[in-house]
Design a protein around this ligand. Sequence first.
Ligand code: AMP
Ligand code: MG
Length: 412
Amino acid sequence: MAQLSDDCFAFGGSLLGIDAARAMIFERVVPVAGVERVLLRQSLGRTLAEDIAAPINVPGYDNSAVDGYAARFDDLDPARPTNLRCVDRIAAGHDPSGALAPGIAARIFTGALLPEGADVVIMQEDCERDGEHVTIRPGIKRGANTRRAGEDVAHGSIALTAGRRLGPADLGLLAALGFVEVPVRRKLTVALISTGDEVREPGEPLRRGQIHDANRYILAGLLERLGVDVSDRGIVRDDPAKLNDALQRAAAESDLIITSGGVSTGEEDHVRTAIANHGSLYFWRLAIKPGRPVAMGQIGATPLAGLPGNPVAALLTFALVARPMIEALGAATPHVAKRFRVVSDFAYKKKTGRREYVRASLEGNKARRYHKEGAGMLTSLTETDGLVELPEEITRLEPGAAVDFLPYSELI
Ligand code: AMP
Ligand code: MG
């Protein structure tokens, strides 16, 4: 039987820093997801499995960026209006009747092929048409209002790199390149388990001391957004045998197990004990607040993230621990949440050596701390915009100080 103390003191008995935990995740969790080809329309949110080299130029030909007149730059007088005869009319999707002869302009529309010889397009607003002739205002630069073949994506260049989670614009780029199918990583299956004798399904009447399961709904939502298949395994009692049984089955049938609750140091915290006794525990305490008790380990060959029971802590540690594990398993490029510099409007005291996250709303560039505390407070999530991140070394914060703000849209 594995000794808990062996595992928890494996990093010197102190709390593990979040950066070290992240490094450990990417070191220990290896990709499992194989490759499949899916139709472009079905690839949204999937992880690209290969670098995509452009099979063609985009745009494929030199063309006009505006509605106007194509001309030869050297025909234009830089100081006064130039009058040119206009012979051709080139609409998008149609061929010019030939090359543009010297001293001649051509009526042209946005996206239409630039005739050979033309190296500038003058917007129609800067021209005056009079029958067969057009008068062009001076001051245009060579190449203006033209789009060159391959200027967006050059034939043979890497348009998208392996590991990218495909978004709508990526699908647009792949479509422009002519792809019908895309190589993506197989979807991961993530087993989701809530633990706790007090936890009940929404819809069930509550006796005193019982609560509805909020975490499974938060976590399932986060997982679905990451494009994994959620294997919902319900609520498991605080019973070592039942919990172990549920973990073993989940391990056999999924790529990752995510639990909430039962990872703290109390006698009823059986998740950590189950991992330690029936698998390997890599860490179970992080130097963060909220969310200090959070376990990472494996049952059999299946990695497990044991998130804390308090909903705010569960959400934060999902972002900090479970999400990187999903990225590592799915060979996805790790997401790095962008922080935005804002001004704190609150004072705060904290311990050195741990990173703290304070729920806050933004008013302009001012971060206003939420008026209620507590890692179990669901409204502290629904009524704020994100988290102020206070680094390890800080011990006090004064109003007016510059701080890093992590909007939820970046975090999760
Ligand atoms: P634990 O980590 O199991 O000690 O739980 C910490 C706190 O989170 C307790 O107040 C639990 O009742 C609460 N909690 C645990 N699981 C859930 C859940 N699924 N939904 C909402 N709250 C929970
Ligand atoms: Mg519990």
